[in-house]
Design a protein around this ligand. Structure first.
Ligand SMILES: [Zn+2]
Length: 364
């Protein structure tokens, strides 16, 4: 029982203040209705087709793209990927920017260096604003002695020096999620389980003769130490998706590095199921170092309408996670995940401002 008028007044005022602050907090976040009003960049897609309809559809969602042409297998395939990447950008220069890559064949020959720099310069002339290195470096590609070539190999030094001097950013998908070194049943997210079930050649738990997770991260860090002027984008949270603590240490150690969220939202959400406040605090603190990306991939066989429908569903789900406090069912986890209800300013950084700062001449 409330004994005095003063006590009653205190309760009323407390309720009023609580209501006031909750409404302020709410208005600081975007809503689901804001989704297609806010301009956004998906910094990690692979549009491997001449068909440019998807980019038009995606503008309904206010998305622009960095279209990444990866060197995954041989040079012929890489050239095809560059061809389609530039077709997409030329058709929609205000919506699509391109990241290129370089061939590894001829690595052991002395002319590899000049040839690679020449190849890259051609892609820069066409407008490429970044260069991607993939996990085949460190996990697949071997020199003529049969040794795996790691990313800190001195053979790459002139390439990375060239990128630094040209102001071109290096995107690195190096190593794999830490789950890759665990047995299937210990992996934290379902998409890793299904990927490594389908690609046992990349499931490092089955290949103890290969470099460890720590070996891959250490090679990447040595490369960055050698190249302090290189601006680096760690794809897939820089393969540090399993621990925001480790990711924070990495970002503090390398001030020119940022990371993207591509294909690792499940691991972030797994951590927010464990402690939502830590994830929320981390993203607010590092809001200038995290870029939204998905890894959405299509090729000439993909129906653009169906692909857009899948992309829309994924984008909207991620938007709800970052912007609202809703409970969200995600395909990577069994239990639903609570949205982070991040402030608008943080969401703007992750979805647009960081991309515009990094690639200030793109999307014009
Ligand atoms: Zn990718």
């Amino acid at each position: 029982m409330l004994k005095s008028t003063a006590q009653k007044l205190l309760v009323v005022m407390t309720c009023w203040f609580l209501f006031f602050f909750i409404s302020i907090a709410h208005s600081e976040s975007y809503t689901v209705e804001d989704y297609d009003r806010v301009e956004k960049v998906d910094i990690h897609v692979h549009l491997k087709t001449d068909d440019t309809q998807f980019v038009r559809f995606a503008w309904k969602d206010r998305f622009r793209f960095l279209n990444i042409a990866v060197h995954a297998n041989d040079e012929a395939e890489m050239r095809l990927r560059h061809r389609t990447a530039f077709i997409q950008a030329e058709a929609n220069p205000s919506k699509v920017a391109v990241a290129s890559s370089f061939p590894m064949n001829g690595w052991d020959k002395s002319e590899w260096n000049d040839r690679t720099l020449g190849y890259l310069d051609e892609t820069f002339k066409k407008g490429a604003v970044a260069v991607k290195v993939w996990k085949n470096i460190g996990m697949e590609f071997r020199d003529e002695n049969g040794d795996l070539v790691m990313i800190d190999d001195p053979g790459f030094d002139p390439v990375f020096k060239h990128l630094s001097s040209q102001g071109i950013r290096l995107i690195g998908h190096l190593g794999e999620p830490k789950n890759c070194w665990l047995p299937l049943e210990q992996m934290t997210v379902k998409n890793d389980q299904s990927y490594f079930r389908r690609h046992p050649q990349y499931h490092m738990f089955k290949h103890p003769e290969m470099p460890s997770y720590q070996d891959q991260m250490a090679a990447r860090d040595r490369m960055l130490e050698k190249n302090p002027d290189l601006h680096f984008i760690g794809a897939h949270f820089g393969s540090l998706e399993w621990s925001l603590y480790e990711l924070g240490k990495f970002l503090d150690r390398f001030p020119n590095a940022v990371v993207d969220t591509a294909a690792r939202m499940g691991q972030l959400q797994y951590q927010s199921q464990e402690n939502l406040a830590i994830v929320r605090g981390f993203i607010n603190r590092y809001k200038e170092r995290i870029l939204y990306g998905t890894d959405l991939t299509c090729d000439s066989q993909t129906d653009p309408k169906a692909f857009y429908a899948r992309a829309h569903e994924k984008w909207l789900r991620d938007w709800r996670y970052f912007s609202t406090g809703n409970l969200i069912k995600v395909p990577e986890l069994d239990e639903p995940v609570r949205g982070l209800s991040l402030p608008r300013e943080t969401v703007d950084h992750i979805y647009r401002l960081n991309a515009q700062r990094l690639f200030s001449n793109s999307w014009k």
